[in-house]
Structure formats: structure tokens, C-alpha cells
Design a protein around this ligand. Structure first.
Ligand SMILES: [Zn+2]
Ligand SMILES: [Zn+2]
Length: 468
């Protein structure tokens, strides 16, 4: 179908007039590094988009992205507050928030390639746990080189991946803290500018070869970083856009197990330095590998992560490096605290059936259980809704009772003063009512005004007050 030509006055297609593409609300800013292992992250894209419009990241998020991302959430500001802090990194990961944010950005910029800026392509292939880091990390040497070559400065997606600790190009460990203010920061903040510290606004790259970024080169870590950089490039092509129906990782693990470990799960678990249940989970398709373990396996059997997930391998494709098994585990993540689901359910049920005047709020229950509110929300959504509903009703009732007390105390003070022949000024009423009543409170103020109006005193002062 021919596109409509807006310049044609009669609505007909005129080949002599230029063809205009669809207008986008925001600039159709092109992402950096598409189709390479150095592809930009979506958090970097958001900050560059804000800079392109000469507004802060906060303004872009609060005016354009936030209202669509959180719908008409009444606590939009606090949700945005979370986004420019701890939860900002999740935008680069594989989750619903990230997918929704990319859709919003795509509709605002009319770009169809923004889905490549997150780890969304891993969906169903790699576990969404331990995928992206919470804090921003960077290679000062890369930043310095880009600046020297007048290339655009940005935060690559690779710098967000938890399993990558060194720069694949320079082999030096990533920096985590600003060399000037010594602070670490999140990928999204109110005033993010790629390459600069959002707290002290100092340049984070090297200055003429001076500064940090001179850590020892770790060949194993570098191998991992290169492997995952390649995975970002090849994985997008192989797994993105639903090209593969499902992962062939379970079949490849089974082949590895039978060909090199005589079907002994414990032997493969020892080789990989994981629990046996992990290998069984991989085989049964009940558990997807984390990116870290996938990179580890890839290095130990000399097969790329993308091939392990997407290609039906033969036993000749594996080149098992037995010496790699003797290496101490590269790094271990601290597992999240074990959750006692039964205790959680009990506490929530008790709170939901509490008919007292002060039922516990969700935050109080979460603090008692030592877990997050989001954990409770995810696992017991129905019970949590009941708890919230009960708490909100109790709060509304409390507000009503409080308003009644305020109104009755203010009214009787106004009438008593009037009867005594004094003008019931705000100051005099304040001295008469109990101390906990603040006359600046909207309810108390409103009642004072109403009482004055009923007594016909609005705008007039009693004779005695004037004489005094
Ligand atoms: Zn580098
Ligand atoms: Zn700083």
C-alpha cells in the first residue's frame, strides 16, 4: 500500500511531492552498536534521548515514560523514585517492566530496533536471575578512547551484565566507584550522562593515560568477557525475534553427560562445581542456566554459549578441558535468603482477617518477616490485596474519627469564646482546643471558618476584642 502523502491537498497520492515518513513524538535517535557485542543498553539510550531533548533523565521519565509504564498509578512519583535507584537496572534485563519500557520508547521514537538494547532475547533460554547488575560499571580506557576519537559516549549493554567483570577489549577490571567522589551509582538516575558521574559530574574516563583502570589483566575473566560479548552479538541473531522455538540446551547437556561422563550426573556436577539438582534441572527443562554458568560451561567444553543453546551438537563438537575443572570456582553469588512460605501465608491470613481498628500494613508485615513487599505481592497476590484493602479501610475510618474530633473541639471552642464576648480568632481557638489539634490542619481550619460564618463573624471583630 502506498503511504499517504500529507502534502497532497486533495488527499490523492502525488509522485512529485516528497514522501514523508511517519512523525514520532520524540527524536528517532539511533541506538549505538546495533548488531555488535558493544550494543548500547536501554538505560544509556534513555539518558541520551533525554540529553538530545535538553531535558534531565528525570523529566523524560516523569513526563513521557513513567505515566505509561506505571499506568495511572497514584504513587507514580515513588515508583519513579525506585526506577532512578535500585530498580533502574532491571530495564536492561529480561522482565515485563523492561519489555513494557521498550514498547513505550519504540512508540515515542517510531523505532523498531530498540528491543535489541535489553537481554530480552534470552527469554526462555537463559535464567532471568543474575542477568544484569544493579550498579553501573565502566571501562575508563574505553571511555577515554571514544572521547579521543570523538565517538559518542554511551554505556554498552555488556557493562550491565553481572557475569562480566573485565573489559573484553582491554582486559582491565571495570570501575565501580567514581574516582573523585568515591561513590557508586545506578544505571538510571535523575541526571544521568553517559561517561560522567551523576553525583559530582566528573569525567569517568582516563585523563591522558592518568588515573585508575590499571588493574592486572585476568586472562580467564577476559575470556569470559569476550565470550559474553560474542553472545550479545550472535545470541540476538540466533534467539531474538522468536527464530528458535525452544532451547536445545537440555539435549546438549544430555549428550555431554553421556559422551564424557558415562551418564554420571554427580561427575558432571563436580566438573561444573554446581549441585546435582542443577544438572537434573537443566536436563529436565525445569531450570534454565544462568548466564554465568552458561559462560563457565562454554569455556570448559569450548563451545560458544549461543551454540549450546541453539545448535544440535555432536559429541565431536565438545572439547572438554579437564584442567578447567580444577580451577577454584570463579565467583559465587550469595543466594537470596530462604523464604518460609508457610509463615508468610499465616501472617498474611492473620492480617487479612484482623477486624481490629489498627490492622498491620503490608510494610509492617514484610519487616516482621524480613522480606520485601514485592516478594509477598508476587507469591500471595490475593491475600496481599485483602491486607491492603483492610488497612486502607481502617485508615479511612481513622481519618473520619479524627475529623469528627477536630470539628467538635474547634466548634465548641469557637462558641464558648463567642459566648464569653471574645472574638474567636484562630489564635484564641488554638489556646482552647487540645494540643494535638493543629489549626493549620485543613479540617480544623475549615470547621473554624464554618463556625465563624454561622455566627456571622466572618470579616468582623467583636467590640471587646477591638477595645482590648
Ligand atoms: Zn575497555
Ligand atoms: Zn563522582
Amino acid at each position: 500500500m502506498k503511504p499517504t502523502n500529507p502534502n497532497a491537498s486533495d488527499g490523492m497520492w502525488n509522485p512529485l511531492l516528497p514522501e514523508l515518513p511517519e512523525r514520532s513524538r520524540l527524536y528517532s535517535l539511533a541506538p549505538i552498536g546495533l548488531g555488535t557485542g558493544e550494543i548500547e543498553s536501554v538505560t544509556s539510550y534513555i539518558s541520551r534521548l533525554a540529553i538530545a531533548h535538553t531535558v534531565s533523565t528525570w523529566t523524560l521519565l516523569s513526563r513521557e515514560i513513567g505515566p505509561k509504564l506505571f499506568d495511572s498509578n497514584p504513587i507514580l512519583r515513588s515508583r519513579l523514585g525506585e526506577l532512578v535507584a535500585t530498580t533502574g537496572s532491571s530495564l536492561n534485563g529480561e522482565n515485563d517492566t523492561s519489555r513494557k519500557a521498550v514498547c513505550i520508547l519504540a512508540s515515542l521514537t517510531c523505532r523498531t530496533d530498540l528491543r535489541h538494547l535489553t537481554m530480552a532475547f534470552c527469554r526462555g533460554y537463559v535464567s532471568s536471575r543474575f542477568l544484569v547488575g544493579v550498579k553501573q560499571i565502566w571501562c575508563p580506557q574505553c571511555l577515554a578512547e571514544w572521547k579521543a576519537q570523538s565517538l559518542p559516549i554511551y554505556w554498552p549493554l555488556l557493562w550491565q551484565i553481572m557475569a562480566v567483570k573485565v573489559c573484553p577489549k582491554h582486559g582491565i577490571p571495570f570501575e565501580k566507584c567514581c574516582p573523585v567522589c568515591k561513590c557508586s551509582f545506578f544505571p538510571v538516575s535523575a541526571h544521568t550522562r553517559p561517561g560522567y558521574c551523576p553525583r559530582c559530574y566528573q569525567w569517568l574516563g582516563l585523563h591522558d593515560g592518568r588515573g585508575s583502570g590499571t588493574g592486572a589483566i585476568d586472562s580467564i575473566e577476559r575470556e569470559h568477557a569476550v565470550c559474553l560479548s560474542d553472545f550479545l552479538r550472535d545470541g540476538q541473531r540466533a534467539m531474538g525475534m522468536g527464530r528458535m522455538e525452544k532451547s536445545v540446551f537440555p539435549e546438549n547437556v544430555e549428550l555431554l553427560l553421556q559422551s564424557f561422563f558415562q551418564g554420571n550426573v554427580a561427575a558432571l556436577a563436580r566438573f561444573m562445581k554446581v549441585h546435582r539438582s542443577t544438572i537434573i534441572g537443566w536436563k529436565n527443562r525445569t531450570q534454565a542456566p544462568t548466564l554465568l554458568l552458561l559462560a563457565d560451561l562454554s569455556q570448559k567444553v569450548r563451545v560458544s554459549p549461543e551454540a549450546l543453546l541453539c545448535r544440535h551438537l555432536q559429541s565431536a563438537d565438545f572439547e572438554v578441558r579437564w584442567e578447567a575443572a580444577d580451577r577454584p570456582p570463579r565467583k559465587c553469588f550469595v543466594a537470596p535468603p530462604k523464604v518460609d512460605l508457610e509463615k508468610m501465608r499465616r501472617e498474611l491470613e492473620e492480617a487479612a482477617s484482623d477486624n481490629g481498628i489498627s490492622p498491620a500494613s503490608l510494610s509492617q508485615i514484610a519487616a516482621r518477616l524480613g522480606c520485601r513487599q514485592t516478594t509477598l505481592q508476587r507469591r500471595f497476590s490475593e491475600l496481599v490485596e485483602k491486607v491492603k484493602d483492610r488497612y486502607q479501610k481502617a485508615q479511612a475510618l481513622k481519618r473520619q474519627v479524627r475529623a469528627k474530633i477536630f470539628r467538635s473541639a474547634v466548634r465548641s471552642a469557637v462558641i464558648d469564646l463567642h459566648k464569653a464576648g471574645y472574638y474567636p480568632s484562630q489564635h484564641r481557638v488554638k489556646l482552647e482546643v487540645p494540643e494535638f489539634i493543629d489549626m493549620r490542619d485543613p479540617v480544623a481550619y475549615d470547621e473554624w471558618k464554618c463556625a465563624l460564618a454561622e455566627l456571622g463573624l466572618l470579616g468582623r471583630r467583636s467590640v471587646r476584642a477591638a477595645a482590648a
